[in-house]
Design a binder for this molecule. Structure first.
Ligand SMILES: O=C(O)CCC(=O)C(=O)O
Ligand SMILES: [Fe+2]
Length: 224
C-alpha cells in the first residue's frame, strides 16, 4: 500500500501523485489494519483489496450523534459530487477530511462504480487503515471516519483491471449546512480531487429524506 504521506498536498489537476502508478506490494497486510477476513471484503484476493477491510467494518458508525441533531437519522444530503478516475492518468484523491473547514453534517455516503479501489484512512497519531471499495459497493463514512480521520485513494490503489471500463466513478452525497449550500461561508465545498474535467457537482435545496421515512407512522400534526 502507498505510504501515508504519498501525494499530500496537491489534489487537483489530474496529476499523478508522488509515488503513484507504482506497482502494489504483493500481498501482506500493512501494519495496523483492522482484523477482517477476506470473505468480508467479498472479493477474490487481488492486489488492490489485500489487507483492506470491507467498508462496513471500518467506516460506518450510525449510532454517533455528534451535533445532538439525530445523527444519521436526521442526515439529509443536499449535494451530490461525481468523481471519475481514469486508467493511465494517475487520478487519485490525496489525504483530506471532507469536513476540514466545517459546514458538513454527520456523514459522506458514496456509491462506487467500475474499478475496485482501496480508501486509506489516516489518523493524526500515525494510524492507518485500508478499506476496500469494490465496484458496486456503497459506503457511509460517519463517526470518527467522518469527523476525525483523513482519507485518500492513492493512484496505486485503484485496480482498473477489476471492475472493467478503465475507470472508477464515485457518487458522493453530503449534507452541506444551509449557509454553505446557498453560497455563504467558505472552504467547505468538497474538493474536485485529481480528476478529469468531467467531475461535476450540484447543489440543490433538498434531494430526499431518509429512505425509510415512508415505513414510519406519520408524526402528529404532519401533513398527509
Ligand atoms: O471517490 C471516492 O469514493 C471518495 C472521494 C472523496 O473522498 C471525496 O470526494 O471527498
Ligand atoms: Fe473525501
Amino acid at each position: 500500500m502507498a505510504a501515508a504521506g504519498d501525494g499530500r498536498g496537491d489534489r487537483n489537476g489530474g496529476r499523478p501523485l508522488a509515488g503513484g502508478r507504482r506497482s502494489l506490494p504483493g500481498g501482506g497486510r500493512a501494519g495496523g489494519h483492522l482484523a477482517a477476513s477476506d470473505a468480508q471484503v467479498g472479493l477474490a484476493a487481488g492486489a488492490v483489496d489485500r489487507g483492506a477491510v470491507a467498508a462496513g467494518d471500518a467506516a460506518v458508525d450510525p449510532a454517533v450523534d455528534r451535533d445532538g441533531r439525530g445523527g444519521l437519522a436526521s442526515w439529509v444530503p443536499n449535494q451530490l459530487c461525481l468523481n471519475r478516475y481514469e486508467a493511465g492518468t494517475g487520478h487519485a484523491i490525496t489525504p483530506h477530511n471532507d469536513n476540514e473547514g466545517g459546514g458538513l453534517r454527520v456523514a459522506v455516503a458514496g456509491v462506487c462504480i467500475g474499478a475496485a479501489a482501496v480508501m486509506t484512512f489516516l489518523h493524526a497519531n500515525g494510524d492507518k487503515r485500508d478499506v476496500a471499495l469494490p465496484g458496486g459497493c456503497a459506503y457511509v463514512m460517519s463517526g470518527d471516519a467522518f469527523a476525525v480521520w483523513r482519507h485518500a485513494i492513492f493512484a496505486s490503489n485503484i485496480d482498473y483491471r477489476r471492475g472493467g471500463g478503465g475507470a472508477r466513478v464515485s457518487l458522493t452525497l453530503r449534507q452541506v449546512e444551509e449557509r454553505q449550500a446557498h453560497g455563504g461561508g467558505g472552504g467547505t465545498q468538497p474538493r474536485a480531487a485529481s480528476l478529469t474535467g468531467s467531475a461535476k457537482r450540484s447543489v440543490w435545496p433538498r434531494v430526499c429524506g431518509p429512505m425509510d421515512a415512508f415505513t414510519r407512522p406519520p408524526s402528529p400534526g404532519a401533513e398527509p
